[in-house]
Design a protein around this ligand. Structure first.
Ligand code: DGJ
Length: 744
């Protein structure tokens, strides 16, 4: 709900539990007054009183020297005019810097705006979504910024958007433009408000999304990607937290960009001890030349606050992803158990091998068979054929549709791997169109994994990709597609450059964002052309797992690392922002191909079942005992997947803090729950252990069962305060699952 107060100068954005309050300060600046736990909407008197300006500050208005812009909490700050904190944008209009932004008008409306060409949270029938929109204008130049705040009440979340308009008759040069900027105004003095930490996700290929907390004591801490994808190395999601914020209590102000290209989020502690957090397109790889009358839309930013620790923050993001980010058709549709042949065969397979895997998988209860890389062109290794999406007859002589029919004949769905954005230098596509890849005249066409990136800024390239991919997926009537992307950007220029030198340079910096727009264009066209197909995103594992891709692809290959112990940390970190249903998790063979570690099958199963279950191994090699175990695991998963995929997920014990990991899935009515518990290394003489549960109903008496057998009855309050007693066996890689159901 949006309340307009104080003669149209105070704006209160109220969600179920939180308030975000803005004011028009001195009838001019859009200012930030409050963001935190909900306050009464009739707090009309709320005002902002800036601290006295100190010596060595400037005033924007020489007739009023009582304040300095440097002390005003701004919602879209400009630099070089007395605010010495970092600006939200930098732009020049006909050579003049934009150095002023005052509120020109505002309006409130039901629903939310469309973002042309970009993914964004969708209303999806929610009646309570409302938007507050401000137009900020510069008195001297033709620059306008439209800031909109769409309130998603139930998720306790605000989607912020910024659109820049050129109202003049000459081009506007935008050198940077963040999606959001917030000057937190925390209560208290000294350490109460000056010791915030930035919590972000850090990693690498096969080690995605480790949780990192760092104190922001002075200056700026920045997290970013300049790799053309949102990244393995960091993720465009983060939170600012208090030092005492834990999983279960404390405050978190959290941010997620709905974007898949280069990005930056910065947290700055200023001289007053206040924090400015801002983020969006990465200024180091972005610039834009906006034609007269044109608009530039920044990617969407999702903002949420929780005073219930990180679990409250995750609840808000999980609700948002399920209700407003994922494609509606898949938002609540149970996901099939799949098997993928990648780690079973790599490039070395033929039809007989694939069908033997599929047949055995079917016997074990698997529902979908996926042919990974190597089915097309002459692709016996990663050096060739990307772009030539035609079947390799040497491997699959009957063709793709014949294989798909045989797989379907076994009673399985059929899925296919593609990497639409890429071209191998050794391919017919490249030989026919050598200028279709991103490259810079006179520079090396730098390869990674022997491949180049197709220039998605060009319409004819996008059209051809859409034509080829839709055609091949239609031929085999694919039920599922794994959309991979296996390299970062380098020497990323386009043959489609304007002639003039200055704009040539500008255009080079436009390319990465233009690529992201091109990517969304082909994702939109391909997924719309094949509305019943389940798409899974992938970028060498979780290299582009972000809110943007999830709008088109309702699940994501979380990591190429399938080792159960490594996955505990990867999946735990990922769950901070994403619900388990979007995580593709596979049981793989031992020793694991990435870590060379052997882990027990039960641990591998329970880790993979903590989300979207799949297999990535050769099941024909299972012993009878293993086959039996996998068969029962699949039957159990099918019986519980509704709860795992769509229940509430809460973290209980962190792999980043020690030897144990645990989490719980709780049904909407809290009458059912599943607790998963893992211990990496066995401990001897470890005393009595238990796990404190969370998210249950205090008054419900729960029957606790292991392997379907009731072992005890305990109330929700006892389980959440005294804990659930554990009696693990000895041995490394112990994994337990408890089923809780309300006693009638
Ligand atoms: C990288 C992916 O993450 C893997 O799962 C696999 O699909 C390979 N690419 C295939 O080249």
């Amino acid at each position: 709900m949006i309340y307009i107060l104080n003669s149209d100068s105070l704006f209160h954005l109220a969600t179920r539990r939180t308030s975000y309050v803005l004011g028009i300060y001195k009838k001019r600046w859009l200012s930030h007054y409050y963001w935190g736990l909900g306050i009464e909407p009739d707090s009309h008197a709320m005002e902002f009183v800036p601290a006295e300006p100190s010596a060595y500050e400037v005033t924007d208005d020489n007739t009023d020297k009582s304040f300095s812009l440097n002390r005003v909490p701004l919602e879209y700050p400009y630099g070089l005019a007395g605010d010495f904190r970092s600006p939200a944008f930098e732009a020049f209009s006909a050579g003049r810097a934009v150095l002023d932004l005052s509120v020109a008008s505002w309006r409130v409306y039901a629903g939310r705006p469309e973002l042309p060409g970009l993914p964004c949270a969708c209303v999806n029938g929610a009646a309570d979504v409302q938007t507050l929109e401000f137009t900020l204008a510069d008195s001297l130049t033709s620059f306008e910024a439209i800031l909109s705040y769409s309130v998603f009440e139930e998720a306790d979340l605000i989607a912020r958007n910024t659109t820049i308009r050129n109202t003049g008759s000459s081009p506007l040069d935008i050198l940077s433009a963040y999606s959001f900027s917030v000057d937190l105004q925390l209560p208290g003095s000294g350490a109460d408000r000056e010791n915030l930490e930035l919590l972000s996700l850090h990693g690498a290929w096969a080690r995605e999304r480790s949780i990192v907390r760092q104190a922001v004591k002075a200056g700026r801490v920045e997290i970013e990607s300049v790799r053309g994808i949102s990244g393995h190395f960091t993720s465009p999601n983060c939170a600012v937290v208090r030092p005492d914020t834990t999983e279960r209590s404390g405050e978190a102000w959290a941010f997620a960009l709905v974007y898949s290209g280069d990005w930056r989020i910065a947290c700055e502690r200023n001289e007053e001890g206040n924090y400015r957090i801002q983020g969006g397109l990465n200024p180091s790889t972005f610039a834009w030349c906006l034609e007269p009358g044109g608009s530039f839309v920044c990617p969407e930013a999702l903002l949420t606050y929780s005073n219930e620790g990180l679990s409250g923050m995750s609840r808000n993001f999980h609700t948002m992803v399920l209700k407003h980010i994922l494609p509606v058709a898949w938002a609540s549709r149970p996901r099939p158990i799949l098997i993928n042949n990648w780690e079973a065969t790599y490039f070395n397979f033929d039809e007989e091998k694939l069908l033997s895997i599929a047949k055995k998988a079917k016997e074990l209860g698997v529902e979908l068979f996926v042919v990974d890389d190597g089915w097309f062109g002459k692709r016996n290794d990663d050096s060739t054929s990307l772009g030539d999406w035609t079947i390799d007859e040497a491997k699959l002589p009957g063709g793709l549709s014949a294989l798909a029919d045989k797989v379907r004949g076994l009673g399985l769905l059929f899925g296919l791997w593609v990497e639409p954005e890429m071209v191998s230098p050794d391919s017919d596509l490249y030989r026919a169109h050598p200028d279709w890849c991103l490259h810079m005249e006179g520079r090396p066409r730098s390869e990674s994994r022997n491949q180049l990136i197709l220039d998605l800024t060009r319409e004819e390239v996008r059209d051809e990709i859409v034509r080829r991919i839709v055609s091949v997926l239609s031929i085999c009537r694919a039920d599922y597609v794994k959309w991979d992307m296996n390299r970062p950007f380098s020497h990323a220029g386009s043959a489609l450059l304007p002639p003039n030198d200055f704009y040539r340079r500008m255009y080079q910096k436009e390319i990465r964002h233009r690529y992201a727009l091109g990517l969304y264009d082909i994702m939109r066209r391909i997924t719309r052309a094949l509305p019943d197909v389940l798409f899974e995103g992938c970028a060498g594992g979780g290299g582009r797992m972000d809110m943007g891709v999830l709008q088109y692809m309702p699940q994501y290959w979380t990591s190429d690392n399938t080792d159960a112990f490594a996955r505990l940390a990867i999946q735990y970190g990922t769950s901070l922002f994403f619900p388990p249903v979007v995580m593709g998790n596979h049981v793989s063979a031992v020793p694991n191909h990435q870590t060379l570690r052997s882990t027990p099958i039960k641990a591998r199963s329970l880790v993979a079942m903590s989300g979207n279950l799949g297999y990535e191994l050769d099941p024909t090699r299972f012993s009878d005992e293993e086959s039996q175990e996998i068969k029962s695991a699949n039957a159990w998963y099918k019986a519980h997947r509704e709860l795992i995929q769509f229940g509430r997920f809460l973290r209980l014990a962190s792999p980043f803090e020690g030897n144990y990991s645990s989490w719980i899935f709780v049904s909407g009515d809290k009458r059912k729950a599943l607790v998963f518990w893992f211990r990496v290394l066995s401990k001897v003489n470890h005393g009595r252990e238990s796990i404190l549960l969370n998210g249950l109903e205090e008054n419900i008496l729960y029957v606790v069962a292991i392997d379907g057998k009731p072992v005890r009855e305990l109330s929700g309050s006892e389980l959440m305060r005294r804990g659930l007693p554990l009696s693990p066996s000895r041995g490394d890689g112990e994994a337990l699952c408890f089923e809780l159901s309300a006693k009638d």
